[in-house]
Design a protein around this ligand. Structure first.
Ligand code: SF4
Length: 711
């Protein structure tokens, strides 16, 4: 690191690559400029970061270009959505928010207020939000866009292993004999993880790579076995592999007997999944099912990796549990090179989970429905007994429903863009338009969601504030500020604390730095599975990124969880959670004969709030498209690049067709990144539905039934 460079973490995906950032003009060197001639901070990979060793993808490499573009620079207000915004002072805006919050709480109760946050928030920002809403106000109505991303992984880990927290680490990518990637286009969405895995795969001919995905993605292109299953048949496949492993006796009997429970339930369920039957349901051959099971049985160390293709499902938790079942069956957990490893979507979604950033959670991997957990936090936060509500708060979709019914009267959106990312967008926009009072706290303006705001608060973003993020392998990185916020922007933790002080909680929010917030936060993790009491900003600055658990008792913790094969369940055993496949919530039918599946592209991030403002990425992915199989294109008379209209029961969107055999017949694919600001009429989520997993309450954003009409 040069004297003037700062170490931080990439603010995009959950791989959490380390970055080194230095000023646009180093002494004696030419000024670094973007394509428009503006000075841009220089970004390169941090070779000393344990998770990425200097590697970055195009998103991380170009992130600094977005810092100054289209920023929200000062607070703005308006009485109603049909009025223009007017500039306001921070005092006026914060007083207005505090007064409105107090009035709504007094007149309608705290449950009429909601905050909807994001995996972009730093841990300190999540923490003050939990303390304000769940602690001081007494409502659990804080949910985040992790509900759309990782909540099935959270629920699956808790159900099977007793706690959230991926048990693996990135070193396992170098040690595995067989990587089983399901529901993840890792090459495009977690590229640095994939690069590392691919290197290991190329160098070691015995290593197998299995990819389960309805599309032949760049990830599937290099697989030894690509299982292009029909959308919604993941559990059939997983149970089918379990059936064969059991039949062949390729199981770890002593692990099952000593470390697990409910094995007989699992054995009963999987007997209904013989390979011929599974092949028929999945749309693949029985030989392919057998080969997947054979690869699994011949490998001593199977590492499974998954992401939104599994999580964004009306049976997302069941899918996660079905995958973990295979690891329990073969004893492939708690050891190097193996285990069930969820790839986190966002840069600090892991931090958000640790700090309770979902409507059913409390900080320190606690649950709102657990009386002891509530008491512990009431004690730590010096709140009266019973202050924390035992009822889970509103999830992302429940907030929309609450706006529709009028039960939600105050909505505070932080660092996310629900007017693009939620399903059934027309319904979402109509609900947002009904909101009596919405605060949007964001770095950028405009976004699709700012159109529905009464108050805009300018947030400092990555590089303008100091705070902590946790990546997919539980490595905590201090992200140091390297420049001042633009205009009057402030860090989210400071904005939320200022509102809290204005409504009378000054003694609990007297923080003057994010380091102070973090010092308080780590104390609430004491003796919890995610114990971080040994961490502080000072230590992270001195020692660099550090993996949790990291208690203050000195000894370094193992890199992997559950190495002693004891699990944080009541009996210390991991639990087989056997599930039958239910299929898609909205399968294709004669009226809507195609299954639409959605996903992400290499260069873009979520709703393009940043990447849509970066020239290189815009050139890589200039417009949305719809992939369709040549057979279906022929049947419908569609030519390459011809515009088509895609219709679902909820909405309509238009795309140019991309004819490719990479997508299976009867299935079409569209990327999810385009909101109406970037491409009018090409919103993927105008088509999707909100039916959700009953356990994780994560919507099935990955699939819905559609018609295709050539234009
Ligand atoms: Fe950033 Fe993810 Fe790319 Fe790493 S892989 S540079 S964390 S977007």
């Amino acid at each position: 690191m040069t004297d003037s460079s700062i170490k931080t973490q990439c603010p995009y995906c959950g791989v959490g690559c380390g970055l080194e950032v230095s000023p646009p003009a180093a002494p004696g060197k030419a000024v670094n400029r973007d394509s428009q001639g503006n000075p841009v901070w220089k970004v390169k990979g941090d070779r000393h970061h344990p998770s990425s060793q200097g590697m970055v993808c195009v998103k991380g490499a170009t992130v600094a270009e977005s810092i100054d573009r289209d920023r929200l620079r000062y607070p703005m207000l308006r009485e109603s959505l049909d009025q223009p915004f007017r500039r306001a002072s921070w005092d006026e805006a914060l007083d207005l928010i505090a007064n409105r919050l107090k009035t709504v709480c007094d007149e309608s109760g705290a449950n009429a207020t909601c905050m909807y946050g994001s995996g972009q928030m730093q841990t300190e920002e999540y923490y003050v939000a939990q303390k304000l809403l769940k602690g001081c106000l007494g409502t659990n109505n804080f949910d985040s866009n992790s509900r759309l991303c990782m909540s099935s992984a959270v629920a699956g880990y808790v159900q099977s292993l007793g706690s959230d927290g991926p048990p693996c680490c990135y070193e396992d990518l170098d040690l595995t004999d067989c990587a089983f990637i399901i529901g993840s286009n890792t090459a495009e969405c977690h590229p640095i993880v994939f690069n590392r895995l691919q290197k290991h795969h190329k160098r070691n001919h015995h290593v197998k790579l299995i990819v389960v995905d309805p599309r032949r993605t760049p990830t599937a292109e290099v697989a030894d076995l690509h299982l292009a299953i029909q959308p919604g048949t993941d559990i059939d496949l997983l149970n089918g592999i379990g059936y064969l492993l059991l039949q062949w006796g390729e199981i770890d009997r002593s692990f099952i007997d000593e470390c697990t429970s409910k094995f007989s339930d699992f054995a009963e369920v999987v007997q209904h999944y013989p390979p011929q039957e599974v092949a028929k349901r999945c749309g693949i051959s029985a030989k392919e099912v057998e080969l997947a099971a054979r690869y699994w049985s011949e490998s001593k160390r199977v590492l499974s990796l998954w992401s939104q293709g599994v999580n964004q499902s009306s049976e997302g938790t069941a899918k996660v549990c079905s995958l973990i079942n295979l690891h329990l069956l073969t004893g492939q957990i708690g050891k190097p090179g193996c285990g069930p490893f969820s790839l986190t979507g966002q840069p600090n979604a892991m931090g958000g989970r640790e700090v309770g950033g979902l409507a059913h959670l409390l900080p320190g991997y606690r649950s709102v429905s657990n009386a002891q957990h509530r008491q512990e936090l009431e004690h730590l936060w010096q709140l009266p007994p019973g202050q924390i509500s035992p009822s889970p708060g509103r999830t992302a979709w429940d907030i929309i429903r609450g706006l529709e019914t009028g039960e939600v009267q105050f909505l505070w959106v932080v660092a996310t863009n629900p007017a693009v990312s939620l399903p059934d967008l027309e319904r979402v926009k109509a609900a947002l338009a009904k909101s009596p009072f919405t605060v949007c706290q964001d770095a950028y303006y405009p976004t699709e969601t700012t159109a529905y705001a009464h108050v805009l608060l300018p947030a400092a973003q990555w590089g303008e504030k100091t705070g902590v993020m946790t990546n997919s392998e539980r490595v905590v990185t201090l992200c140091s500020a390297f420049r001042s916020p633009v205009g009057e922007a402030k860090p989210d933790w400071e904005i939320i604390s200022q509102v809290a002080r204005r409504i009378g909680f000054g003694n609990k929010f007297a923080f003057t730095s994010s380091a102070q917030v973090y010092a308080e936060y780590v104390q609430v993790t004491r003796d919890r599975p995610c114990d971080m009491t040994g961490l502080s900003h000072e230590r992270l600055l001195a020692d660099g990124p550090t993996q949790w658990p990291c208690p203050d008792r000195g000894n370094a913790s193992p890199k992997r969880l559950y190495t002693d094969l004891r699990f944080p369940t009541a009996d210390g055993r991991a639990k087989f959670s056997a599930c039958h496949s239910q299929g898609l919530a909205e399968p294709a039918d004669p009226e809507y004969p195609f299954v639409l599946t959605t996903g992400r592209l290499y260069g873009h991030w979520h709703t393009q709030t940043r990447t849509g403002r970066i020239d290189k990425i815009k050139q890589m992915h200039p417009e949305p498209f719809m992939e369709i199989h040549p057979r279906d294109a022929r049947t419908l008379g569609i030519e390459d690049n011809q515009w088509v209209e895609v219709r679902s029961r909820r909405g309509i969107a238009q795309f140019p067709a991309k004819i490719t055999s990479a997508i299976a017949p009867n299935t079409v694919f569209v990327p999810m990144h385009w909101g109406y600001l970037w491409a009018d009429k090409s919103e993927a989520n105008a088509l999707t539905h909100p039916k959700s997993c009953p356990h994780s309450l994560q919507p099935e954003l990955k699939a819905c039934a559609v018609q295709i009409v050539p234009l």
